[in-house]
Design a binder for this molecule. Structure first.
Ligand code: 5GP
Ligand code: ZN
Length: 115
């Protein structure tokens, strides 16, 4: 989608440090890491927010979690643990309106918000 930052990263108009890519999913390093490992995992299809997923998107969202586990395994932090966060909408703190999963790891992640 025109004027979407992450679509521009997908099509290469904006450079990124890619971690994983296939025909449906891209993972790249967050520009302002909140942990030693901070990766954004996104569908290549433009979906603006978790709030607006459709029935057809079920499969890609499941696949994103599989990719997250593959990255955790490849980068050898699967055993130590990691955190996955999706910010949704204004109160959720979402700034980029292209669905993305924050994958955080590499240190004890501190305060839990839930649980
Ligand atoms: P949100 O706040 O929408 O959940 O997360 C957006 C994330 O995108 C932030 O963690 C921010 O650091 C990251 N980000 C914003 N602009 C860029 C960019 O141009 N390149 C990369 N790699 N990450 C970005
Ligand atoms: Zn987009």
């Amino acid at each position: 989608m025109k004027d979407c930052l992450f679509c521009k990263i997908i099509n290469g108009d904006i450079p990124s440090e890619k971690v994983y890519e296939d025909e449906e999913i891209l993972a790249f390093k967050d520009i302002q890491p909140a942990a030693p490992i901070h990766i954004l995992v996104i569908p290549k299809k433009h979906i603006d927010s978790l709030a607006n997923i459709e029935e057809d998107d079920e499969k890609i969202i499941g696949k994103i979690y599989m990719v997250i586990n593959k990255i955790a395994e490849d980068q050898q932090f699967k055993d130590k643990g990691y955190r996955v966060i999706v910010n949704c909408g204004k109160d959720g703190g979402q700034e980029v309106m292209h669905l993305h999963f924050h994958l955080l790891a590499g240190k004890p992640l501190g305060e839990k918000i839930v649980g």
